[in-house]
Each structure stands twice: as structure tokens, then as C-alpha cells.
Write a protein that binds this ligand. Sequence first.
Ligand code: DOR
Length: 449
Amino acid sequence: MKTSSKLLLQNGIIVNEGKARQGDILIENNRIVKIASAIPVNRADEVYNAAGKHILPGCIDDQVHFREPGLTHKASIASESRAALAGGITSFLEMPNTQPQTTTVELWEAKNQIAAATSAANYGFMFGGTNDNLDEILALDSKRVPALKLFLGSSTGNMLVDNPDVLRKIFSSTKLVIAVHCEDELTIKENLAAAKATYGEVIPPDQHPIIRSETACYLSSSKAVALAKETGARLHVFHLSTAKELKLFSNKIPLADKKITAEVCVHHLNFSDKDYASKGNRIKWNPAVKTEADQNALWEAFNNDLIDVLATDHAPHTMEEKEQPYLQAPSGGPLVQHALPAMLTAVNQGKTTLEKLVEKAAHNPAILFDIKDRGFIREGYYADLVVVDMQQPTTVSTNDLLYKCGWSPFEGTTFSAAIERTLLNGHWVYCDGEVIDVSVAMPLEFDRN
Ligand code: DOR
């Protein structure tokens, strides 16, 4: 790790822990050493004038697919972690549906080694549960593994865990957070058969939310929640997409005390089934983007804390793969570079507040996964920060995309706010539209007994 000079961020509007107020931040040796209304300039070697800009804690994205090892024609840890920094995401938790799948300790260690050599952002890797790796799950080091990921519905990579006895054993025996993808297989199969009966092999993309339906989501997530309640497991339900599922969650207790939590993704907040007509398979995700009523309910739950965490489910596929007909086109799309600008735009539109956004995108993932010394702007914490300009419009253009797959579902969109700079572990890593340092990432640590 490089040693840093003393950096002073002056006069920014610091958004943290429910407040936004002007102040200075002094950074030394990777960490924030002082936050005050005014810090003397002579205490610093470098001064950055953040007047008129907002300073947020770097986002922690708890669900990304960076495709390495094995699927590097779509993406790599190196390429997508750079895109994450440009998007103000300083830490990521990556998913196990790579090739090979991350389902043994050995393969999990190998993935960490790739990241240690190539990741530009702070990293953690979820471990994949299968129908037959309980021994491996029980041997995991909870200070290094953020969570166990279970696909309770099949998606990219065929990692379905569908044996009820195995599920019960996993839920009853691990203390790790169990992060789940919930969609009911049988319902999807039946809906798909019905769609094929109507359309033959050429199914229009707008049928995706009819096939991967509300019922498919609810059946699966309600079962997972019931099993967690019965066994006392710590359950985190990924990418909610329907209003109906929201009743499975509570906003009556603080996050730190919750045993059942929920995530929403940027695409489910930003798109609805009206967008299939213009975007087609580019917005084909699992779970599917659903109705406007669902989208509105998700926003409400984001604001009233039924939902705890915001993520991207960044899941790149090549344009060639996405341009195939609906049945062949894989689900998923790249988002890490544009999630925060999209959400800042939503703040400018009055859909939420900056304080709430910071809570869901930085504070809460840190609390939920016990991430050590990150996710907040606090003295003693790592200096992972994003400087944003809430008045600077930016248009997403193909030339500026850092994703290896080279496309974005937001291409052509003009956001009303922009990311100016990103600071990682006390170092400027993104500034003036360029990733300038890829050498300061660290593995995330999890503060657990
Ligand atoms: O749309 C999705 N794509 N949903 C998932 O759960 C997996 C992801 C992928 O890996 O492509």
C-alpha cells in the first residue's frame, strides 16, 4: 500500500449519517483523520477545493458479476472495477456464478488472488452454495467471506439450489448472511410454456415479466423468508422487483437488529415494463423489470426502509449475446459506472434524498455485512469518498463507457448530476473523466467474532 501525503478536502457539503453540512476533511495514510467546519490549510500537503460539491462516502455495491475467472469475454475484475471507480463505487461484493463457480474454498482463494493482482476497487467475494457443498460452507472464514449466495431460482450460470433438505441444513447451520436470488422455477417453466404456445420460438422481450412473473418472485421469496424465520438464519433477499414481496419485510426495527433484509437494484428503480418497447433485451434481467406500480412501490420502500440496501447486480454480457432473440439472449446488463449518476438524478427529481441514498448505498451495506471501517465519513475510517456535482448534466455516450462489453442500458440518457472525483483508501483514483490510479485497492474485512 502506498503512503499518502496529507490531503485536505475543503468546503464540500459532507453527506453522512442523515445530515448534509459544509465542512473540511483531512486525510492521512489512507484514513480520515479529522472532520471539522474548518481545518487549517497548513496541516495539509494538498488541498482540494470542494466548494459547491457534495462529498459522499464511496458506494458499496453488494451485488456485482465481474465474470472472472472464465467469462472474460464479457468482463474482468480489472475492467469492471475501473468502471466502478468512475461510478463512485469504491467497494464491491462479487457473485459466485463464474467459471468455475466459486463453490470451494480453493476456488474462492484463487478469485481473491486475481483481485489482489488486478482489482482497482476494494473487493469481497461471496461464496456459492450448491446442493452438495455444506462442508465447504461450514469451513468458511467469516472475517473474509462477506456472505453465502444461493440461487433459489436459476439464472446465468446454472447454480440452482433446489434440494429442500439441503436448504434447511444450510439455513440451520451457517451464521453467515445468506443472500438469495428468489424466483420459483416451476412457475417460470409453466409461464414459458404458455408463452411458447402463443408466440412459438419468437417471444417478444416484453413477455419477460409475464414469464418471470410476480408470482414466481413471491412464491420463492416468501418460502425463503419462512425458512429463515423458522431456522433463525440471517437472510438477505436480493433484487426485489415487485410490490407484493415488500410485505415480507419490516421497517419497525433498526437494520443492525434485522435478521431478514432486502435489496433493490438500480434497474428496478429506473425502468418499468413500458421500456421493453424501446430497449428490448437490453433491460432483460432476472428478476424481470416489472410494472410501473411495482417500480413506484420499490421507490416507496427505498424511502420508508422496508428495503435496506441499493445495489446494481452489474451483470455484463456482450452486445452480440444480448442482440440474440429473447429466448437466447442472456439476462443482465452493466451498471456500475452509471448507477450513482442515475440515483443522483432521481434525487434532483425529488424521488429520494441524498441522505437516504447515502444510507442505502454506503452505510447500510457496511452495517449489513459488518464491513470494517468503511461506508461512513468518520474519523478513523478509510478515506473512500466520492465528490459529486449535483448541477452538472452528463450524457452517457458509448465512447466514455469503461465496461468491457462496451454498451449500457443508459446510452443516450442525460443525467442531471455528475461524479467529479473518487478517492479510494486516501488516494485520488478517478478524476477529470479518467481512472488515474488502479494500485490502491484493498480486500474488505468483516468485523465479526
Ligand atoms: O439478470 C441477471 N443476470 N440476474 C442474475 O441473477 C444473474 C445475472 C448474470 O450473472 O448474468
